[in-house]
Design a protein around this ligand. Structure first.
Ligand code: C2E
Ligand code: CA
Ligand code: CA
Length: 445
């Protein structure tokens, strides 16, 4: 059944069309029905100029006109939604009725462009269209949106092709996007961040050991944005303090809810930026959050990078000692990619060493295998458990198992998952969740 748009929260007040929330619901529900469909994102050139030159009242009237025209042109074959501003989406469900998706979109574009008359004035306004289809271009709601958006961006940047269907190489171009301070600040204020969790398993039994919390941004126009795109900006602008604090709070609240409501104790690892450690109140904040939630420190793992340890070693020692005395576990993340001083490393007491995925990727070569072997041995010599990240295939797993690696994480086992799917995983019969990391012993080699 399709969602009911009677809910006033799901209606765009200006045009009466389903709004962004309703659109996401609708797309998700339609994809669950597994019938072929297409998503068209429509955006206008120079709309801002219309608002500025003719006033917002005129702009509003024009948006209502666009909404009516889109509904008329799409007729019964599609649902039309307004995503915000001058951006509209059309979900086309009956593809058998259209004679080629690109033809349909090009006709729609040309009809729409020529139909925009407000107060008897024809407006020379042109739209651009980005298209993604199911199942050809994407299979999940987020991927459908991201891919149609990538296609729309290509259309917007091109002079001659206003209607573009998604192609795989387009995703690379969207990585060039760089948000600014205000956008990130607004994202925090508008609750656009959320966490996904990637499980880690232990050799030899492949028991679930814990989860790593990974940050995502649901951008109102771009869909899901990777932390690789916005964490560097957050670090450069200082916003990482507030964002990092939000991550800690959200991860601990999630642990609390799993514990209280579902009776599951699970260890969760949180990534910590070197800048967060510079904040004098960092340790006190962690302790306060743990106290408030009632979560024991041993269930929280913090993933620090090598640069956190190197820059101000005295301070890092003090912080780590204090965190560990509260039971918090410390992992050294991305090991092997930064500037590790082995002399410095052996002065720290750390619980886990996370071998960077670049080593796992090379493990099938003779040299790569030797390097991984050396890293695992080094970790064990320093009394750390070694976790290999980015395990993608059975050959890599076999090599890591033979090298006595302790834990594995990667797409071979699971992509990062929303919290509710993690719960299903934790409750899976036959899968024993180890209650606390301290129950483990370091595997010898
Ligand atoms: P990371 O800490 O090394 O996290 C692992 C990254 O590898 C994640 O990317 C994960 O989705 C990805 N990954 C997992 N398994 C595989 C696999 O089998 N193959 C490949 N190719 N990749 C895999 P993600 O989520 O995009 O995060 C990227 C980086 O962003 C993280 O790298 C971390 O440095 C940073 N990050 C993520 N969340 C946070 C956060 O809450 N705070 C801070 N400060 N940084 C974060
Ligand atoms: Ca990490
Ligand atoms: Ca890592």
């Amino acid at each position: 059944m399709l969602p009911s748009f009677e809910n006033p929260l799901w209606k765009d007040a200006l045009t009466g069309l389903p709004n962004r929330q309703a659109f996401h619901q609708l797309l998700e529900q339609l994809l669950q029905q597994r019938q072929s469909l297409a998503l068209l994102l429509i955006d206008f050139d120079n709309f801002k100029w219309i608002n500025e030159s003719r006033g917002y009242g005129f702009g509003d009237q024009l948006l209502r006109q666009i909404a009516r025209e889109l509904e008329r042109l799409a007729s019964l074959r599609a649902s039309v939604c307004r995503l915000g501003g001058d951006e509209f989406a059309l979900i086309l469900t009956d593809l058998s009725q259209v004679d080629g998706l690109l033809n349909f979109a090009a006709q729609l574009k040309s009809d729409l462009d020529s139909s925009l008359v407000v107060d008897g004035v024809w407006l020379d306004l042109k739209c651009k269209v980005g298209i993604a289809s199911y199942p050809g271009d994407a299979t999940t709601p987020d991927a459908m949106f991201n891919n149609a958006f990538a296609a729309l961006q290509v259309a917007q940047n091109s002079d001659g092709t206003p209607v573009v269907q998604y192609q795989p190489q387009m995703q690379a171009q969207t990585l060039e996007y760089r948000p600014d301070y205000n956008e990130l600040k607004l994202a925090l204020k508008n609750h656009e961040f959320f966490l996904v969790y990637q499980p880690k398993f232990s050799f030899p039994s492949m028991q679930l050991q814990g989860l790593e919390a990974l940050l995502r941004w649901r951008h109102p126009l771009r869909g899901i944005v990777s932390p690789l795109v916005f964490i560097p900006v957050a670090e450069q602008t200082g916003l990482i303090a507030a964002i990092g604090d939000w991550v800690l709070k959200a991860a601990i609240a999630q642990m609390e809810s799993w514990q209280r409501e579902d009776g599951v104790d699970i260890s969760v690892a949180v990534n910590v930026s070197p800048l967060q450690l510079k904040d004098d109140g960092f340790v006190a904040r962690i302790k306060a959050l743990l106290n408030l939630s009632g979560i024991a420190g041993k269930f929280l793992q913090l993933e620090l990078t090598e640069s956190s340890l190197i820059e101000d070693p005295r301070r890092a020692h003090a912080i780590i000692a204090e965190l560990r005395s509260a039971g918090v576990q410390i992992a050294l993340d991305d090991f092997g990619t930064g500037y590790s001083s082995l002399a410095a490393l052996q002065t720290y007491q750390l619980d886990y060493l996370k071998m960077d995925k670049s080593f796992v990727q090379k493990i099938q070569t003779r040299q790569g295998r030797s390097v991984s072997h050396a890293i695992i041995q080094l970790g064990h010599a320093l009394e750390m458990q070694v976790i290999a990240e980015g395990v993608e295939n059975a050959e890599q797993e076999a090599a890591l198992r033979a090298l006595a690696c302790d834990q594995v994480q990667g797409f071979l086992y699971s992509h990062p998952l929303p919290a509710d799917q993690c719960l299903a995983l934790m409750k899976q019969p036959g899968l024993q969740v180890l209650q606390a990391a301290e129950e483990l012993s370091v595997t010898g080699n």
